[in-house]
Design a protein around this ligand. Structure first.
Ligand code: CP
Length: 301
């Protein structure tokens, strides 16, 4: 049995297999998880992660049981610990996808679960399946996972998906990273230390325009109000890095703009029909990648 708690667990070979499998699902359905049940336990809000996992499970012939608002509707409101909840739900399902607002919850669940746990986002910790689909998008749209320059923009301190992707890209060759943010939302030291240990070239700047002109991939983030400790800071930081159509029009030929979504004003709607804008396609790739992951983790169970 294998859990997915953080991106560092997957090596390049495993990711290649995962992405090949994801591509094989394009336009197809499969019955390989017929009779299996996925429990989606969401203690924090989600549109894409929960629905794409459930869609992926159904496209593989499986079934889903779901708690979409578990922080209010589950027995956690009566004081049940996450460990006890998982010890119960693992009797009901063959795999559990879990989202929670506290860092480390997926690891706590994995420590007690008898079925695979998939981290669907734990606080400001990690969101590994988002990072997998982000990298899959990069492979599909620029044709490579080595030898490119990525600019991460905006909220790098409190954006778990960007953290997960930075960790993941540490496994690839000649990937250069530029972190575009002010000091309040700068990428945290754990990621930077990991990149240094793995000889990944990175730099930090506050100059969005210049970074967008040289990057092959621009990764925009949301200044997530729910994670910024002080509301006054949030209102100050929210409008600092807005991607506009003129900025996008100066990106390199073939460069892409990605965003895990949801957005809250940080990419203007006029950007949506730019040839560089692939964020809606990226969300669609999420179903393929999650189908591949579910088949990989659950078919053998
Ligand atoms: N990208 C992402 O995780 O979106 P949701 O919060 O809607 O799942």
């Amino acid at each position: 049995m294998q859990h997915l708690v953080e991106t560092q667990q997957f090596d390049r070979e495993a990711l290649k297999r995962l992405f090949d499998l994801a591509s094989s699902f394009e336009g197809k359905r499969d019955e390989s998880l017929k009779g299996k049940i996925l429990a989606s336990l969401f203690f924090a809000p989600s549109t894409r992660t929960r629905l794409s996992f459930e869609s992926a499970m159904m496209r593989l012939g499986g079934n889903v049981i779901s708690m979409e608002n578990a922080s209010e509707s589950s027995s956690s409101t009566k004081g049940e610990t996450i460990e006890d909840t998982i010890r119960i739900v693992d009797n009901y399902a063959d795999g559990i996808v879990l989202r929670h607002s506290e860092v480390g919850t997926a690891a706590r669940a994995a420590a007690v679960s008898e079925v695979p746990i998939i981290n669907g986002g734990d606080g400001i910790g990690q969101h590994p399946t988002q990072a997998f689909l982000d990298l899959y998008t990069i492979q599909r749209e620029i044709g490579r996972t080595d030898d490119f320059h990525i600019a991460f923009v905006g909220n790098l301190a409190y954006y778990r998906s960007a953290r997960s992707l930075a960790y993941l890209l540490g496994k690839y060759n000649n990937v250069r990273m530029t972190f575009v943010s002010g000091p309040e939302l700068a990428m945290k030291d754990d990621v930077k230390e990991y990149l240094k240990e793995n000889n990944v070239q990175f730099d930090e700047t506050e100059d969005l325009e210049s970074a967008m002109q040289v990057a092959d991939v621009v990764y925009q983030t949301r200044v997530a109000e729910e994670w910024i400790p002080n509301h006054d800071d949030y209102t100050k930081l929210r409008d600092k890095y807005i991607i506009t159509r003129p900025l996008t029009d100066h990106m390199k030929d073939g460069a892409i703009l990605i965003h895990p979504l949801p957005r809250a004003g940080e990419i203007e709607p006029e950007v949506d029909d730019s040839p560089h804008a692939v964020y809606f396609k990226q969300a669609g790739y999420g179903v393929l990648v999650r189908m591949a992951l579910l088949k990989t983790l659950l078919a053998a169970e």
